[in-house]
Design a protein around this ligand. Sequence first.
Ligand SMILES: Nc1ncnc2c1ncn2[C@@H]1O[C@H](COP(=O)(O)OP(=O)(O)OP(=O)(O)O)[C@@H](O)[C@H]1O
Length: 742
Amino acid sequence: MTSFAFKFNSNAKQPVAKVFRKKSVGSNENTKSVKNYLIRNSVKESKSDVDDINKNVKDTFRKKGNIHLQSTNKEFENTGENSQTFIKRKNKKEKTVPLKIQENTEQGNHLKQHSLFSEKYKNLYVNINIKGKSVIEKVFSAGNQFKSLNIHKHILSNLEKHNFNILTNVQEKAIPTVLESQNVLIRSQTGSGKTLVYAVPMLNRLVNINPKIQRSDGVQAIVVVPTRELVLQTVDLFKKLNTFQWIIVGHLCGGENRKTEKDRLRKGVHILIGTPGRLLDHILHTSALNIKKVNCLVLDEADRLLDMGFKKDIVKLVEELDNQTKYSTYDPLALLKNKSVESKDSSVTVTIKRQCMLLSATLSKEIAELADFTMKEHIYIDALDEAATTNPEHMIIPNSVKQEFIITFVKHRLVMLSALLISKSKQKDCKIFVFMATSHMVDFHYELLKKYLLKMPQSRGKLKMGDVVLMENFAEEQSDDEEDTLDIELFKLHGSMDQSVRKEVFMGFKKAKRGVLLCTDVAARGLDVPEADCIIQYTGPQSDEDYLHRVGRTGRAGKPGSAIIFLTHEEQEFVSRLQEHKVFLQEHSSKDLLRNLMVFMEEQDQDQATLMLQRRYETAIANNKDLHKMACFAYSTWARFYSSFPNKLKSVFNFKKANLGHYVTSFGLKETPTSVARIIKGQTNRTEPKRLNKKLANHGDNEELRRPLQKRPIKSVSLTTSEFSSGLEPVKKKRKKNNFVD
Ligand SMILES: Nc1ncnc2c1ncn2[C@@H]1O[C@H](COP(=O)(O)OP(=O)(O)OP(=O)(O)O)[C@@H](O)[C@H]1O
C-alpha cells in the first residue's frame, strides 16, 4: 500500500517509475524491495530521507484527494490476475500518473530525475595551460600618422573626418610600399585595418591622374572579396574616402539584379568591388565591361577566398585580365625599327603593368601558391615586429579579446545558450555574434529565441510547466511594448537568405544599439561591426583558421572583446589543439552561467530553472507545427554537418562519439534521432512504437544501427551552400545525341 513513495527520490539514477510498475505492485515484499532499491541507488539520501519523502507524498496526495495509486493496488488484490498481466493492462492507464505527481508535488527534487540531468559524471580532462604565452601583434604604430604619408590632401582630410589619424601597425608598414606600386602579400591579424592599406593608395593614384579620368576610361582597379556583405562594407569605406565626384566606385555581387549591374557597368566604373563568381560572370559575358586598363588587382581575405573554393574563379579571372590588358596598338616607331625585316605589321603589343595585392589574416602554403600565381615578384609584409617571425602554425588573435570555452552536457546546450544570452544582456554594451553550423539551425534558433526567450512575459516563472500556449499568446499580444525581458534585438544572417534581406539585416545589426546576430560562417570573415563585444561559437568551427576568423569579429582596432566557444565533453580536445597554435583559452564555468536562469525563470533552484526552460522550449516546439518542422530540419542538417567535418578536425568533432539522442534534446525535440529523420522524409508522424525508441536509446553507441541511417541522403535538406556558390549559372551538361531512332 505504501508503494508510491519511490517516485520522489531525487537522486535515483533511473526513472523510478519503472521500478514501481515492475516490482512494487501489491505486496509488502515488493514494497521492501523498492525501498532497498531506493537506498542502493540514492547517492546521498539516507533511509530517513526516504521515509520523509514517503510521508510527504502521502500527505500531498491526501490533500489533493488523489487516491489513484492506492486504488491501483486494491484493484489488483480484487482481480486475482497474475501480476504480469495486471501490470500490462494497467500500464496504459498509469501513463498519466507520473505527470500528475509532477504537477502536484514539490517539483525541486523530482525535476532532477529528468533525463536532462542524467549525465552527471563526465570529467574535464583537458589540460588548460594558464601560463601559455600567445603571439602578440601590436595593433597601432608608435604614433605615426596618416599625414606623414605622401597622399592627396583631400583624402587625408576625409580620413581625419572619420577619426583615422594614427596609423595601425600594418598600415605603417605597408602603405608606403603600396604607394610605390609594388606587388605585396600582406599578413596581419583580424581588425588591424588592412582595408585602408589598399583603399588609400588606390584612390590616391586615381586622384592624381591628369587630366582627370573619364567614365569611358573603363575599370582601373578590381577588388575581390569573398562575401556579399564584405562587398557592401568595402564599398562603404570607399564612399567615406572618395569625395571626388569623377571617380566612380561600383560593385557586383551575387544575388543582385544582373541587368541593373550591366546598366551600371555600361555607364562606366573605375573601381570595381565584387565577389569572384559574379565578377567573372560579367567579365566573360558583359561586353560593356571594359577591363583593358586594369592596373590594380586586390584579393582581400585571400585565405577565405581559397577556403570557399574560389581558386578556380580567381585563376580564370587573372587569366582574363592578362588576356584583355594585353592589346595591340598602332606604333609607327616600331614600324621603322622593323624596316629591315620588312614587316607590314605596324602594331605592337602593349601590356598594362598591373599591381597585385593579397591580404590575409593567416598564412598558408595555398596562399603562398596563389601569390606566386597572381604576381611574378612580390614583397611580403607582416605586421608582427621584426624580432618575431611569423610561424604559419601560430594563430595570431588580437590580445584585447578574452577567449574562453564552456564545457557543457549535450542536452544542456540550448538552455546554456539561453543562459549565456541572458547573462550578456545584463551588460550595458551588448553586440553578439552567435555562430551556428547551418542555415536551418540559424532559422530555427532565431524563431525559438525570438518568441520564447526575448519575449518572455514578466510572470514567466509563475506559470506552470506546459503553459506555453498561454505564454505564446502573451508574447504576441505584448510584442510591441516594453515587455521584452532581454531588451536585445535579434537578427539572423545566412547564405540562403535573399540578398536584399541580407543587406538589410547586416545594416540593421550594425546600427542596432544592442543586438544578437545568429549566423553561419558567412559572417565569419572580414565583417566589421566595431561595437561587437562578444562572439559565441555555438557549434565548433570547420577549421582552426575559422576559429580565428570568427573570434576576429570582435576586438576590432584594439577594442576589448570576449569570445566563448561551446564544447561538449567529447570535444574538449579542441582546447589542446588550439594551444598548439599558441592560442590559450580559459574555462567559463557552466554552473555559474546556469545560475542566471534562476532569476530569469523566477525559480529557487538552478536545476529546476534549467529544466523549466528546457520543458518550455520542448512544449512550445511540440505545440507549434512550423517550429517543430524547423527543429527537425535544424537537427538533421546539423547531423549532416557534424558527420562531414574535415579530416583534420574529425577526431575532435567526432560523429561516432556523439550521442545523437542527446543532441536531439538540444534542439528541443522529444523524438528520437531516427524518428526525426523520418519526419524529415515525410514518412512518419511524431509518434512511433516504443520498441523503436528502445533500440534507438543506444543510437549513439551502436555502429550497426547508425550506419544505414547515414547512408540515406536527405534530399530536401541543404546545408550552408549558397554562400559558397560562385554566382555563376550552373553549366548544363550536353546530352549525348542518340543515334538510334525508335
Ligand atoms: N588607423 C586607424 N585608426 C583607427 N581605426 C582604424 C584604423 N584603420 C582601420 N580602423 C578600423 O579598424 C576596423 C577594422 O578594419 P578592417 O576591417 O580594415 O580590418 P581588417 O584587418 O581588414 O580585418 P579582417 O581581417 O577581419 O577583415 C574598422 O572598424 C576600421 O574602421
